[in-house]
Write a protein that binds this ligand. Structure first.
Ligand code: NAD
Length: 365
């Protein structure tokens, strides 16, 4: 997409704090649009509990259509106790799974970046975190054990249960390609994580990743077993750039890495398919306990918008402008209540958003 185009953004605010944090991200996008002369057109759609309340279903066709007709989608989060007792197919969470399926999103991208200003929040020792780290986990999202055959067998010796991990060559190829492409945009280092010393599916995974690597000769490829990888990210996270892995291993490893940043509430994510289109959302949920109070941390949603600028719109400079503004504001000590700031630095959702917007205006990037 060229820089002069109009960018159509699907907006799915969702439930709980969703509307507050997505609203904050839209304000930040407007500042970027003004400063860099881009036009962002928003089309809002309902999903989750809000959609159930209005239409009796969590993912109306209209929402799918609006998302499909956008260049990128910004999502808050869905769910809340109000809808806990609904039948499975009516529950708000079905909207997320449905959107991923309808939009053919098979790669989940989760950055684990340590903001210098947040180093004290990391559970890692100072001598480890002083080197900093910036890891991007690329997790396969629609295959593997979560989608394989599963069942229960009753035999004479009792009950057994099974879940099958299965990957096709094509599934591995497309996720490996995204891993390499992301590495090309970053430090050109890719670690593929598997368990090929034990699992047949991992042996195919490794073979296919090696094959795809031939198309990316500039990227330095390393293979690592999942048990070693989960130890290495704690021992020395600075050794990683992009990590590509299966659905199950990625689920666990990305949460582990998020925690190392000390700030799970600040982290964005993207779900991508085979084009530049993506769905962008904070990794946190709808936080119904603080919904509507104006105290939610808007940073994960704002950084999700920055990921959309970079990955779907190819606006890397603009994405960096947002990320630097966030880092600057945090470095000045301003934080929302969840990050337990000094009393005089405590800010509401709206105040944090204004600080970030003002910083984007004043930074000369
Ligand atoms: P949660 O992430 O919503 O909240 C966990 C804790 O973190 C709460 O105390 C909450 O107040 C706090 N928190 C989360 N985000 C925050 C923010 N931006 N600022 C300040 N504090 C924040 O997780 P949960 O409580 O397990 O789930 C609540 C609801 O969200 C459930 O219905 C769950 O199904 C849903 N959920 C949705 C998604 C999604 O839409 N992708 C993801 C996870 C959970």
């Amino acid at each position: 997409m060229s820089k002069s185009e109009v960018y159509k953004i699907g907006i799915v605010k969702g439930d709980g704090i969703g509307p507050e944090v997505v609203g904050a991200a839209m304000e930040v996008l407007d500042v970027i649009g003004e400063k860099y002369n881009h036009r962002f057109i928003y089309r809002e759609a309902l999903a989750g509990g809000a959609a159930y309340d209005k239409f009796g279903e969590p993912l109306p066709q209209e929402t799918i259509d609006i998302c499909k007709n956008s260049h990128g989608v910004l999502l808050g989060a869905v769910g809340g106790h109000k809808w806990d007792d609904l039948a499975r197919d009516k529950r708000p969470e079905r909207a997320i799974l449905g959107l991923r399926k309808e939009l053919k999103l098979f790669a989940n991208l989760r950055p684990g970046t340590l903001f210098k200003s947040m180093a004290d929040f990391s559970p890692l020792k100072t001598e480890i975190i002083q080197k900093g780290f910036d890891i991007l986990v690329v997790r396969e999202l629609t295959g593997g054990i979560y989608f394989g055959e599963s069942g229960i067998k009753i035999t004479e010796s009792g009950t057994s249960a099974y879940d099958i991990e299965m990957y096709s060559q094509a599934e591995v190829e497309r996720i490996a390609k995204i891993g390499f492409e992301m590495a090309m945009k970053r430090k050109k280092r890719l670690t593929s994580v598997d368990k090929s010393n034990v699992l047949e599916s991992s042996r195919l995974w490794r073979k296919v990743v090696n094959k795809v690597s031939k198309d990316f000769p500039e990227v330095e490829l390393k293979h690592m077993y999942i048990d070693n990888a989960s130890m290495q990210v704690i021992r020395d996270p600075s050794q990683f750039d992009v990590v590509v892995t299966t659905n199950l291993f990625g689920d666990i490893l990305s949460d582990e890495i998020s925690m190392l940043t000390g700030s799970i509430g600040l982290l964005p994510s993207a779900s991508m398919g085979s084009s530049a289109f993506g769905l962008y959302e904070p990794i946190h949920g709808s936080a119904p306990d603080i919904g509507g109070k104006g105290i939610a941390n808007p940073i994960a949603a704002i950084l999700s918008a920055a990921m959309m600028l970079r990955l779907s719109f190819n606006l890397d400079g603009e994405a960096k402008a947002v990320e630097s503004a966030v880092d600057d504001v945090l470095s000045m000590g301003y934080k929302t209540a969840d990050l337990r700031p000094e009393r005089d630095r405590l800010r509401t959702t709206a105040e944090m958003t204004d600080l970030i917007k003002n910083r984007i205006h004043s930074n000369g990037i």
